[in-house]
Design a protein around this ligand. Sequence first.
Ligand code: ZN
Length: 303
Amino acid sequence: MNEARQKGLIGAIEAGGTKFICALARPDGTIVARARIDTRTPAECFPDMATFFRESAATHGDIAAFGVASFGPIDIDPASPAYGTFTTTPKPGWQGARYHDALGQFGAPLVVDNDVNGAALGEWLAGAGQGARTIAYTTIGTGVGTGVLRDGRSLMGFSHYEMGHIHPSHDRALDPFEGWCPYHGDCLEGLVAGPAIIKRWGTSLDHLADDPAKIALIGGYIADLAADLVLMHMPDRLIFGGGVVKAPGLIEVVRQRTEARLNGYVRNPRLDPGLATYIVTPGLGDDAGITGAIALGRQALAQ
Ligand code: ZN
């Protein structure tokens, strides 16, 4: 414990729409204390979060840095005065909430990224992205989001990427569904996110595995994103996770359609015939987010 105290511990937070996973970890990633806090308003769950870190630090040692992988939209630009602040989220009470206000009492540096980038980082360190220099990690569940990492750092512009809202080719004769995104209708998220599938067919995609046409339709839309990711970022590997991707047969369709979309234009040994090693599913499952949050804390420690 003395060694841990000297080095300082990392406070890690994986913040999702239904729960916060908080962990106190050694810099090597070993978790020494962990708690689950229900997501309510920030006035309710931020104090619970601070209490967990105060009490676990009293037992295990001082916190030297925090890493936060959070739902958003959230300002993740370290140079911005609003760094760590929720921006346009429709979630009641969250707009304007800031992690620094809840964690400033510890006097430790803080790195904040969004949940998709955090999970991408976890996969890069300890999951399906290991050994790759550039990865694109996409999650398809309630929403659709992609994080692109290079050498373990998430890429961004003035904000985090929003690639779930690109428009795939939509043949309305084949798929008359108008889409579900309140901003764009039939953007990718509007066509393939879990709620879009339920609205269109009345059940989730994993219950439609015996209907190859439906799997092919959704897989084709996702392949449009996959091909665009190749063209725009030339990643060493594409990882697709989230509830929708668990539907049997879907990832195989995504591989086939992505290869067809690229049509031999991009040639590199990384793009194996059939793309079975190029387009993969996550290796970590539910632990990707907290693993990534600890890694963000390690980045804060190095600052
Ligand atoms: Zn959209």
